[in-house]
Structure formats: C-alpha cells, structure tokens
Ligand binder design. Structure first.
Ligand SMILES: Nc1ncnc2c1ncn2[C@@H]1O[C@H](COP(=O)(O)OP(=O)(O)O)[C@@H](O)[C@H]1O
Ligand SMILES: [Mg+2]
Length: 351
C-alpha cells in the first residue's frame, strides 16, 4: 500500500529551473507513466522520488508521510535504469540477489527468491552467466529481476526499454505489463516513447519543460488532448496540426489554402486532426484539396501526405488504395474528431 504525493515540487540546478511547481498523486498500485521529450525533467522527478535528488521546494510523501529527509535506502523503492546498472563482476544470480544481501536476507531464502524472480523473467538458464555473456534483452531482464526480487513499496523505472531494438522492446513491454499486473506495486515509469506510455499506463502525465501538461488515462489523452503539445506528442503519426487564420465561414492555411471548416472563433488558430480521422473523398465532398506529396504502403493501411503551407498533413487511407505523387485529392475531416487550439499559447479552444 503506497500512495505517492508530490506537492509543489520545484527543482533547480544552479539558476536553471528544471521542474516547476509539480503536483501529482500516484494512487496505490497505480502504474503511472511520466511521458515527455528528452530533457523535460522526467529522470530528475523520478530521482527525487527515489531520494537521489532533493527538491528545491515542495514535499514528497508516501501514504501522506513526508519523506523529503528520508534517505534512499530507507524509502523502500526499487529502481530499473536505462543502462541497467548491473555489476559486471557478479553473475546473474549475484546481481539479482544483491538487494536481498544488502538487507541481510539469509542465503537459503535468497536463493529461493532469486530462483523465483529469474523464473518470472525467463532467466533461469542464465543464472551462472556474467553480464558480459548476455544479450541486451537478457541484461534488461536481469535488471528487472533484481528490482522484483523483493516486494518494494514503490517501483521506479527509467526508460528500461530504450536500449532494446524495436522487436525486443515489444516483447519486453508486454513482460513488464504482465509483471506489473501480478506485483501490484505503485509504479512510476519514465519514458519519451508515447507508445510505451499508452500501452503500459493506468494514467499518463505528459510533461514538457518541467511542467505537466496533462494527466489522464491513455484514452483520455488521445481523445481529448488538453493542448497542442499533448495533441502533437501522442499518436503515431502524431496529430496533424495546421496553423490557420479563421475568417468568415472558413479558415485559410498558410500559403492561402482555403479549408471549408467553421472555426469556433476568429483569429489565429491551430487546427488538429489525426490521420485516421481524415478521409480521401471526391472534390464535391472535400473540406480542402491538395496534391499528393508522398504515398506510403503500411501493410494494414496506406498513408497519403499532402502539403498544407509548410506543414505535412498525413491521411490514413484503405490498404488497397494506390495514388501517384502530385495527384490532386480531396480531403474531408471527421467533424466530431476535429480539435482547435490557440495558435499562440497552444491552449485548447473548445467549439
Ligand atoms: N545534476 C544535474 N546538474 C545540472 N543539470 C542537470 C542535472 N541533472 C539533470 N540536469 C538537467 O536537467 C534537465 C532535465 O534532465 P532530465 O530530468 O534528465 O530529463 P529527462 O529525463 O526528461 O530527459 C536537462 O536539461 C538536464 O541537462
Ligand atoms: Mg531521462
């Protein structure tokens, strides 16, 4: 049972403010993902929860009890880092056993717990090996096994999959999700990969420049982004975002392209639509027309891109469609799946 509360957390290194008035509660047994671009302050935030960094301002509490002054080793957190941090001179078994040894767990009990953790991540055949004799994926699993060998109050994982190739990452992601469901320990998982965030999280905190832009369930963040940053960060491809000027009954994009959509208010706005919420249609039904810039086969679908001003706009299309570059196509938005943002601030403008 552990609820983590961050209240009014600020962190500066010298004069540089890295985390800004961050407020976040991670519920007991929740899997919370801190998602944001590189350098936004995710690792720093996680390290503050671990006690490896100290907030400049604000309070960190576990179950309502302030832990700012509690040293790392007494916070009962288990961590998995991006570079795994394995001890090169120890075998797999010794690496996994290390947290138990630190806590003075007797040898026989250690052996039993190591065997169980290794089994959970399919490392049983490798227990006698040294880290250098393992593949990247196996090393990642050793780090994971070491973190789960005892049940901590809190799991902290910092980009644990980022050193794996794409195929392995999908497998390892499923394994972490499965483990998390089994272990039921409050977890903060840090990543810059929105797919990892969407697939693993109960809730995602989308962060930029030390500020949480939105906190919500994956579907909420995908379907109801709070601002243009979140909209453009989530989804593959990211949401199309086009700067427009609303005038009269329609809007005009940079370069003069007319789009037959009624904006929620006049002035400079950013229009957002996901590739899967747009269709290629005959000119008579189109909101705008443009020549095909590229056309890609994805297997289960195709992707046409057109240039609107200087912005590439991607439209997902049926898998059997074939289009030549420069062909003029009509594009239609799903009006129920359109988003508007203030062009200057990025704030959502609701219709
Ligand atoms: N110990 C430190 N001293 C000075 N600057 C740091 C230190 N740790 C991190 N930073 C800076 O803080 C910012 C956020 O870093 P970090 O939390 O690692 O970001 P993320 O994990 O989101 O990529 C970066 O600009 C980084 O250079
Ligand atoms: Mg980091």
């Amino acid at each position: 049972m552990t609820t983590i509360t961050l209240s009014g957390i600020d962190k500066s290194f010298g004069a540089v403010r890295i985390v800004r008035d961050l407020n976040l509660t991670v519920a007991d047994r929740e899997f919370l993902v801190l998602l944001g671009p590189s350098g936004c302050g995710k690792t720093t935030t996680m390290r503050m929860v671990a006690g490896l960094e100290h907030p400049t301002l604000g309070e960190i509490a576990f179950d309502g009890v302030r832990i700012n002054e509690v040293p790392t080793q007494r916070r009962d957190v288990a961590m998995v880092f991006q570079n795994y941090g394995l001890y090169p001179h120890m075998s797999v078994a010794q690496n996994i056993a290390y947290p138990l040894k630190l806590r003075g767990v007797p040898a026989a009990e250690r052996e039993r717990l190591v065997a169980r953790a290794a089994e959970r991540v399919e490392l049983t055949p490798y227990l006698a090996r040294m880290p250098r004799e393992l593949s990247g994926g196996q090393r990642q699993r050793v780090a994971l096994a070491r973190s789960i060998v005892r049940k901590p109050r809190v799991f902290l994982m910092d980009e644990p999959l980022s050193n794996l190739d794409a195929k392995l990452r999908v497998v390892a992601r499923a394994q972490i999700k499965h483990l998390a469901q089994e272990l039921e320990v409050t977890t903060i998982y840090v990543t810059h990969d929105q797919v990892e965030a969407m697939t693993l999280a109960h809730r995602v905190a989308v962060m930029r420049d030390g500020v949480i832009h939105q906190l919500g369930a994956p579907a909420e963040i995908y379907n109801d982004p709070a601002d243009a940053f979140v909209a453009g960060f989530i989804g593959n491809p990211a949401m199309n975002l086009v700067d427009v000027e609303a005038e009269g009954a329609g809007v005009r994009a940079e370069g003069g392209l007319a789009i037959a959509l009624a904006a929620p208010r006049p002035g400079r706005l950013t229009l957002g639509a996901r590739a899967e919420d747009m269709r290629i249609v005959p000119a008579s039904e189109a909101h705008f027309q443009a020549p095909v810039y590229t056309f890609e086969l994805l297997g289960e679908a195709t992707m046409a891109t057109v240039m609107v001003g200087h912005t590439l706009v991607a439209i997902k299309a049926p898998k059997d469609l074939r289009l030549e570059p420069d062909t003029r196509i009509g594009v239609r938005f799903d009006p129920a799946r359109l988003f508007w943002f203030d062009a200057a601030s990025g704030a959502r403008v609701r219709a």
